[in-house]
Design a protein around this ligand. Structure first.
Ligand code: 13P
Ligand code: SF4
Length: 327
């Protein structure tokens, strides 16, 4: 590549981040890793899937497919690259592997977990099934393959209402997110038998905090993720998955918005919606933040860490995700 076209390609790589970071900082902190990753992607025939909570240099800088948990699961199904890199947490990489088992799926940091996935074991689910025989088990996709293998159908925050309603029953076991289950119970009137698992990011928001933001920012539109406690969702103008939040802001174009969710959402959305002012209550997900540009570069250089699913769980775990995608 000649010097002029190298400059042009650097300009286009920097452009989506220009509202968030100064050019000299971008050059110093990110440019080398971004260029190396783009080159490695070609060499390895790899695609990078990024969850909406990834930092802007990953989200806008190097990812091929961006989305909420539902979109990432769906997209993983149809990829024909040799390698899938999950810029997200472990359960998302596991779901991608379930959906596309012949591909090499890499997670740049194996320790990128989730407080919800870690809150429950397969034995806990079996115990609930023994206690409530015949009641269908709906499991949030934020769970391990082992737990999914004990599940009738998975759901995400983007389709939980639809999945639960599709069962046509008056009560379901909905695990492991107690708040999501209670929020869906409030929306549908269907009784939820829940598990005391919480997202460590969303459980920290309080109704008092939301009211205080409203006092400080009159007219602000409040959008809460359904992993928030129901008392927080009750204070919001709208509640939805991260993908639904993105469409809501793009379509409604609020003047000022407060996204009651993980910090990177506002950063990523601010670049796409320059006319909207983002009020930023900031709760970081420490698991999502384990994924970095240098970690992704190493993952592609060393082809590590490969995600595997124990063969005895694979078929049943996959079936629970496939049932969800079919609804
Ligand atoms: P969604 O992106 O599916 O709304 O999920 C949020 C989340 O916490 C994923 O870990
Ligand atoms: Fe898990 Fe919450 Fe982090 Fe999502 S934001 S990965 S639900 S801890």
């Amino acid at each position: 590549m000649d010097i002029q076209s190298a400059e042009l390609s650097r300009d286009s790589l920097y452009a989506p981040l220009s509202r968030l970071i100064r050019r000299d900082d971008w050059e110093r902190l990110y440019a080398d890793d971004i260029e190396a990753i783009l080159k490695l992607k070609k060499e390895r025939n790899a695609v990078i899937l990024a969850h909406n909570y990834q930092t802007p240099e990953i989200f806008h800088g190097i990812s091929d497919i961006r989305g909420d948990s539902l979109a990432l699961a769906r997209e993983a199904q149809n990829l024909d690259a040799d390698v899938i890199v999950m810029a997200g947490v472990h359960f998302m990489a596991e779901t991608a592997k379930l959906m596309n088992p012949t591909k090499t799926v890499l997670i740049p940091d194996e320790m990128a977990g989730c407080s919800l996935a870690e809150s429950i074991t397969a034995e806990n689910v079996r115990e609930m099934k023994r206690r409530y025989p015949g009641v269908p088990v709906v499991t949030y996709v934020n769970s391990t393959a082992e737990v999914k293998s004990e599940t009738d159908v998975c759901c995400t925050s983007g389709n939980a209402k639809k999945v639960v309603e599709s069962l046509g029953v008056p009560r379901v076991i909905m695990i492991p997110d107690e708040f999501l289950a209670r929020n869906i119970q409030n929306e549908t009137g269907i009784e939820m038998l829940t598990w005391p698992g919480h997202c460590e990011v969303h459980e920290r928001f309080t109704p008092q905090e939301i009211r205080q933001y409203r006092r400080m920012h009159p007219g602000v539109t409040v959008i809460a993720h359904p992993e928030c406690p129901p008392e927080v969702v009750a204070e919001a103008d709208y509640s939805g998955s991260t993908a639904n939040m993105i469409s809501y802001v793009a379509e409604q174009k609020p003047e000022k918005v407060l996204l009651v969710t993980e910090c990177s959402m506002s950063d990523n959305l601010a670049t796409l919606n320059p006319a909207t002012e983002f009020v930023r209550p900031c709760n970081l997900c420490p698991h999502m933040k384990r994924i970095t540009l240098s970690g992704i570069r190493k993952a592609l250089e060393n082809m590590e860490t490969k995600v595997t699913i124990p063969p005895e769980l694979e078929a049943r775990a996959r079936a629970s995700v496939e049932r969800m995608l079919a609804i």
